[in-house]
Structure formats: C-alpha cells, structure tokens
Design a protein around this ligand. Structure first.
Ligand code: PEP
Ligand code: MN
Length: 335
C-alpha cells in the first residue's frame, strides 16, 4: 500500500499512522522524494483503507499488490513526465530522441555531433565517458575529463547530456556535468548504485539487465524511487536469448507492458537491442509505434571509425533519414 502524506503531516502524525499499521500487521517504510512524502506499507493482513484515509496527516491511500510499489501504476494512474529543462520533457505524449556516440572520443567528435543534433532539432545527446566493456583491453572511455569536455560543448548549444555512471564513487564528481544519469544493463541490479542514485535530484535512465525480467527492472526502479528520486526512466535495450543472429533480442513487448504496469516513462534503445546498424532504424520506428516515450540511438559521423559499438551505430545521413521517418509517424499520430 502507498500512503501519500499531506504536505503538513507532522512527525507525530507519521508515527501514529505507522503505529496504526503496525498494530494491524503492516510494516511501513517512510520515503521522502523531491515531490512528496510517502509511507510504503508492506503486509498481507486485511485492513480497511478507509480507516487509514481518515487518520490525520494522510492525503490519500492506495492498495498496491505488485511486488514493486512506488513505481506501480496501481496508485499513480497519471503518467510521470520528467522535465529536463529548456522545454525538454520525457513522458507520455513525447517522443524524445537521445542520440550520440557510444563513447565520447574527442572535441571534434563532440562538436560535430552536437552541431548535427541541433540541426535536427534533437535536444539530448548521449555519450559514454565511463564505458563498461567486456574486455579490459578495449577502449574504456575518457573518464571525467571527457565528460567535462562533452558537457561544456553540449551546454553551449543547450543540448542535454545523458551519460553512464558505472560506480557509486563517481556520482559526486559527475553530478555537475550530467542532465540524466544512465545505469547500464550490467548495473541494472547494482543495488548500492541504485540506492545512491536515489539520493540525487537528477533523472536516471535505468536499463534492463542482460537477462533481467521486467519485474526485476521495476524493482530496480523501486530502489531509486524509494531512496528519494522519483525521476526514473525505464529503458528496454534487448535481452540475451538463444538467438545469436543479432547481438540481443529487442523485447518490444516490454513497452506496452511497462507502460501498463508503471507510471514511469519508457525508452527504447534499438542500437544495443539489435546490434546491427542496417536494422536499427526499423527497430527504432517499431519502438516508437509500440508506444515508447523516447529513443536512445547511437550515431557517429563515421561509424567505421567509432571506438566502440561502430557496428550498431548510424551515420549522420542514416540518422537524418530515421528522424525524418519519426517525424512522419508523429505527424500521422502513430507515435
Ligand atoms: C551504452 O549505452 O553504450 C551501453 C553500454 O549500453 P548497455 O548498458 O545497454 O549495454
Ligand atoms: Mn554502446
């Protein structure tokens, strides 16, 4: 159950509400986010919600039977919209494109990409400065200096920065240069990282794990929300199945399902989802039609020269063609 507390609820009220639930066999956890103060109730004993709603300090109360609670649509029917500033809003009714290279490589690459995105009306640039790589000998990113360079060039043109955080210890130093933290597939269940991202007031794009179920993804999102950060974006990026013809299997079933079960925005990453450059546009369009609120797409001026993930990266020409098709879908009210 989720109890939303009234803005003027006192510590005494919270104590009384928790006591009342405790006596009825329910354990409560207080959660204070950027927007509100909640009590999350866990229990299975019969309890009359009307009795709770009459207690002082209670704004409203909802029963949530899902294993995840705060991220469930069962208590918050209205979809969450996340405002990145400068008119960039992610959530129901939007189709936010976030594009850029897999890795930040140098100033020239960032400048070219920012200029390209601005020319296309795309306001969010993705780019990894800290890269999780399967091999320790692969390019692992330019680190904090690369992120600072990325942010300074992007922000000059009002372009928002989304980048991956690999480790709790890096959050603090990255904070100033990041508009959206990305949690990668490999960290989807790194609970200490999720806890810490719950303590910052920046949106977090949370990717589904390589073999993660949707329930696990939603529970990971719950970690962030329950530590105080409501600004969570879910991302389907493909899962590992028996099919080896492509890098991953992009599970587009996840889009309508997640949007039914959760109020959080849902984004699709077709680049990692299929891993094959020539098929990325088709899967991006399919993701948009499936109802995604945004797309995360890898692009590079010259994908053949990209230091990571070139095989799934679109050239600027291919990206231009895709963006054009997305505009046509939007104009036809198909996404
Ligand atoms: C990436 O976005 O470049 C990335 C490493 O993604 P994932 O965590 O989905 O593999
Ligand atoms: Mn990548």
């Amino acid at each position: 159950m989720i109890i939303t507390l009234a803005p003027n609820a006192s510590a005494e009220h919270v104590h009384e509400i928790s006591n009342f639930l405790g006596k009825n066999g329910w354990k409560t956890t207080p959660v204070r986010t950027q927007s509100a103060h909640y009590l999350v109730g866990i229990g299975s004993k019969e309890i009359d919600l009307r009795q709770i709603s009459h207690l002082s300090g209670v704004l409203d109360v909802h029963r949530v039977t899902d294993v995840y609670k705060l991220v469930s649509r069962a208590w918050k029917v209205k979809p969450t919209r996340i405002d990145l500033g400068d008119g960039v809003v992610l959530g129901e009714g939007s189709m936010t494109i976030m594009a850029g290279p897999c890795s930040i490589e140098d100033e020239k690459q960032v400048t070219e990409t920012v200029d390209f995105l601005v020319s296309q009306g795309v306001q969010v640039m993705r780019g990894g400065a800290f890269k999780p790589r399967s091999s320790p000998y692969s390019f692992r990113g330019l680190g904090l200096e690369g992120l600072k360079m990325f942010a300074s060039i992007a922000r000059e043109k009002n372009v928002k920065v989304i980048t991956e955080v690999l480790d709790v210890s890096a959050i603090e130093s990255m904070l100033e240069y990041v508009d959206v933290f990305q949690v990668g597939a490999r960290n989807s269940q790194n609970f200490t990282l999720l806890d810490e991202l719950g303590r910052v007031d920046k949106p977090v794009l949370l990717k589904r794990g390589l073999s993660g179920t949707l329930e696990e993804l939603l529970q990971s999102a719950e970690y962030i929300f329950s530590k105080g950060n409501e600004k969570v974006i879910l991302c389907e990026r493909g899962i590992r199945t028996y099919e080896r013809a492509y890098r991953n299997t992009l599970d587009l079933n996840a889009v309508p399902y997640l949007k039914e079960k959760s109020h959080l925005p849902v984004v699709v990453d077709p680049s990692h989802g299929i891993g094959l450059r020539k098929h990325v546009p088709a899967m991006a369009l399919a993701g948009a039609v499936a109802g995604a609120d945004g797309l995360l797409i890898e692009i590079h001026r010259c994908p053949e020269e990209a230091l990571s993930d070139g095989a799934q990266t679109l050239s600027f020409e291919e990206a231009t063609e895709l963006f054009e098709k997305l505009k046509r879908l939007a104009a036809a009210h198909l996404c």
